[in-house]
Each structure stands twice: as structure tokens, then as C-alpha cells.
Write a protein that binds this ligand. Structure first.
Ligand code: FPP
Length: 241
């Protein structure tokens, strides 16, 4: 493994603990091939499986994927229902692999948007993987950063009868409360924006924008993102020693 890192010019002592990904470009990938958008999302699922494998290989502790935003709920009904079917099918088909690989699943966002049977399957997956201590795999489903912050503030206010709340109070009530800070954000598809993803958590993350469409994302792209990360001097607003 050390030889592999050396060959790739990667330093083993400086990997991001937490990588978050905006998986953009499924629709364009399909349109370019005159295929329905749903096939772009299905192809995007192959890239999800690949990035989980890379995370294992490079010993990344925590991976957060933006699968469905609160804004995506404004897409045509057919696309939403195709995505819902894909999420459902993925849980059914991948659960055994998730258990066998000791993966712990966390969901960010408000899943009450989805049909009851999918909500039940998700809850079941959360319960069954709760004690796992391998890769922490976090899926943002009907997730929006602004809505998460508002939910967090309301939770904090309901717990604490004080006129003021602090940053710590907000942190403690976010959907990511049990996760480490995000070190590296990868966005595919060529756009350079955050699209309401983890807007609180990305305050000091390194941002890597990749031109390739999500279904085309491969190991070279992943390694380039790691090399970019290792080239950064993270000061968190302070000065170098
Ligand atoms: C954004 O591309 C992608 C989505 C809204 C869906 C992402 C879903 C997957 C990758 C499938 C499965 C995921 C899991 C975790 C089970 P877009 O449709 O906005 O692409 P475009 O910008 O080219 O239109």
C-alpha cells in the first residue's frame, strides 16, 4: 500500500478523513447519448459503488454523497419516481454487501418526503448498521443545507430555554452531528457552486471541481482530487507556524 501511495505521489500521513461529493452530471451523460435521464442516474449508481471501493482502498473514514436535494423535489414527477425506485432497489440489492463490509449508514435530510415503504427500509438499514465501525457512508436524501440549519436551530431552541444559542448548539443538532468535519468536497459536472450542500460544514473545506460527468468518474479523478487536497495548505484562518 505504501508503495502504491509513493507511486502516486500521495503522502500516507495526509489523507482527508471526510470527503463529501456532489454527484452532478447524470442527466447530461444520458442526454449526450439520447438516453432517458433515469439511465444517467442508474449509471451514476455504478460510480457510487466505485467511489465506495476507492474510499475503502485509500482508507477514507467518512464519505458523504448528495443523492437528492430539497430542490430536486421540484423536478418532473417521473424523474422523482425513477430516482425513488432506484434508491429502493439499491437498498434491497446492496444491504448484504453493506453489512458484510461493516459500513455504517447515516442519512442527512428529511426522508418523510419519500414513500412509507422506502422510509421503513431506510430506518431498518440505519438500525442494522448503527454499531458498524468501518466506512461511515452518509447519504443526503431530500437534503438542503439551509433547511438543515433551520431544523438544527429549532431543535437547539426546543432543548435549551436560553435566549441565545451558540455555534456549538447548532453543530450538535445538525444531521452531521456525529461525523467529523468535511475536509474535501468533490463536485463533478463542471459547475463551481455548492447547490445548498453542507453549507455550514464546508466553511473550511477544500473544494475540488472536476469537469467529468458523475457517471464517468473514475479512479484517476479520485486520485487527482486527493493530490489536490494534499497540495493545499490548510490554515483555518490562522497563520502558518
Ligand atoms: C445530479 O445530476 C444527480 C442527482 C440528482 C441524483 C444522484 C443519484 C445517483 C448518483 C444515484 C444513486 C445514488 C445512491 C446513493 C443510491 P443531474 O441529474 O442534476 O445531472 P445534470 O446536471 O447533468 O442534469
Amino acid at each position: 500500500m505504501l508503495n502504491l501511495f509513493k507511486k502516486l505521489s500521495l503522502r500516507p500521513d495526509n489523507f482527508p478523513k471526510h470527503i463529501a461529493v456532489i454527484m452532478d452530471g447524470n442527466g447530461r451523460w444520458a442526454q449526450k447519448r439520447q438516453l432517458p435521464r433515469s439511465l444517467g442516474h442508474a449509471k451514476g449508481l455504478d460510480s457510487v459503488q466505485k467511489i465506495i471501493q476507492y474510499a475503502h482502498e485509500f482508507k477514507i473514514q467518512c464519505l458523504t454523497l448528495y443523492a437528492f436535494s430539497t430542490e430536486n423535489s421540484g423536478r418532473p414527477k417521473k424523474e422523482i419516481s425513477d430516482l425513488t425506485i432506484l434508491f429502493d432497489k439499491t437498498i434491497t440489492e446492496e444491504s448484504e454487501k453493506i453489512f458484510a463490509n461493516n459500513i455504517k449508514i447515516t442519512i442527512l435530510g428529511d426522508i418523510s418526503f419519500f414513500p412509507d415503504n422506502l422510509q421503513k427500509k431506510i430506518q431498518d438499514l440505519l438500525t442494522k448498521t448503527k454499531k458498524n465501525n468501518g466506512l461511515s457512508l452518509n447519504i443526503a436524501l431530500n437534503y438542503g443545507g439551509r433547511s438543515e440549519i433551520v431544523r438544527s436551530v429549532n431543535k437547539a431552541l426546543s432543548k435549551k430555554k436560553l435566549p441565545k444559542i451558540t455555534e456549538k448548539d447548532i453543530e450538535r443538532n445538525l444531521d452531521t452531528k456525529d461525523l467529523p468535519g468535511v475536509d474535501l468536497l468533490i463536485r463533478t459536472g463542471g459547475e463551481k457552486r455548492l447547490s445548498n450542500f453542507l453549507i455550514w460544514q464546508l466553511a473550511y473545506s477544500e473544494l475540488y471541481f472536476e469537469k467529468c460527468l458523475w457517471p464517468d468518474f473514475n479512479k484517476n479523478n479520485f486520485i487527482n482530487a486527493l493530490l489536490f487536497y494534499q497540495s493545499r495548505n490548510r490554515r483555518f484562518g490562522k497563520l502558518n507556524n
